[in-house]
Design a protein around this ligand. Structure first.
Ligand SMILES: Nc1ncnc2c1ncn2[C@@H]1O[C@H](COP(=O)(O)OP(=O)(O)O)[C@@H](O)[C@H]1O
Ligand SMILES: [Mg+2]
Length: 236
């Protein structure tokens, strides 16, 4: 009797900043190849969770397991090498470096030219401008670069922190199309969004965060159909 083990499991995660309890005993998991989403308003604790999972923030308590291994205290650079990669909120590309240099940073630990080539094939606009400063790209193109930089590390698990933030609706469509392609290619996706409706439409499973706690969870389609969730968190 074999059941699929989650690729990522978060149990009773607590993240604090001084006296601020940003994340209070949050638990969730992602099955291999799935797309899960954590949605919630500004300040709900989404980035704190993503940063704890990717080793950027040290949790106060709780346990994080990746591919069956305890990574609660593993540092970000180690996790990148193990295939757990984050696309940070606000893109965080280096505007004075070229597009190519930004992509090289994504694979600094492997110097994987083939992985960069694959990103250029997926995003031709980046290939055309590879020697230009990344700061010259539009917001949407910078988001593609941030995603491309993460893909250079050949992630098995990718965590995206508000990838649609600040982008025009047409570009948001493009970003979501790319996210679904990444998932279709077999990479597990954890998507964090304030754009809850949109994220739930793309996801298999969803968690609604409010004030650092999970208020609702379920199949994404069920959450979208749940009047309580829609009224309280998705706007009418
Ligand atoms: N570095 C920090 N220092 C102090 N408080 C922080 C810090 N980062 C986040 N917070 C606080 O933690 C809570 C959750 O923030 P965050 O995880 O960024 O939420 P979200 O990503 O959902 O907007 C908020 O109250 C925020 O003000
Ligand atoms: Mg955030």
């Amino acid at each position: 009797m074999s059941t699929t083990e989650p690729i990522l499991k978060v149990e009773d995660l607590v993240v604090t900043y001084g006296r601020v309890e940003a994340v209070r005993k949050v638990s969730f998991e992602a099955l291999p190849g799935s797309l899960i989403t954590l949605v919630g308003a500004n300040g709900a604790g989404k980035s704190s969770i993503i940063n704890a999972v990717s080793g950027i923030v040290r949790p106060k308590s709780g346990r994080i397991t990746f591919e069956g291994r305890d990574i609660t205290r593993t540092q970000a650079h180690t996790l990148v090498g193990e295939g757990l990669v984050q696309v940070p909120e606000g893109r965080q590309i280096l505007g004075t470096l070229t597009i190519h240099e930004n992509l090289q940073l994504g694979g600094w630990h492997t110097n994987d030219a083939a992985a960069i080539q694959a990103v250029y094939e997926r995003f031709p606009v980046l290939a055309e401008r590879r020697d230009l400063p990344a700061g010259a790209l539009s917001g949407g193109e910078q988001q593609m670069l941030a995603i491309g930089r993460a893909l250079v590390a050949r992630p098995t698990l990718i965590l995206l922190d508000e990838p649609s933030m600040g982008l025009a609706p047409k570009i948001v469509d493009e970003v979501f199309r790319v996210i679904e392609e990444i998932r279709t290619s077999g990479t597990t996706v954890v998507l964090v969004e304030q754009n809850a409706r949109r994220a739930l439409r793309a996801a298999d499973h969803g968690y609604v965060l409010a004030s650092g706690e999970i208020a609702h969870e379920g199949r994404a389609a069920d959450l979208l159909a749940d009047e309580r969730v829609v009224q309280a968190y998705l706007g009418v």
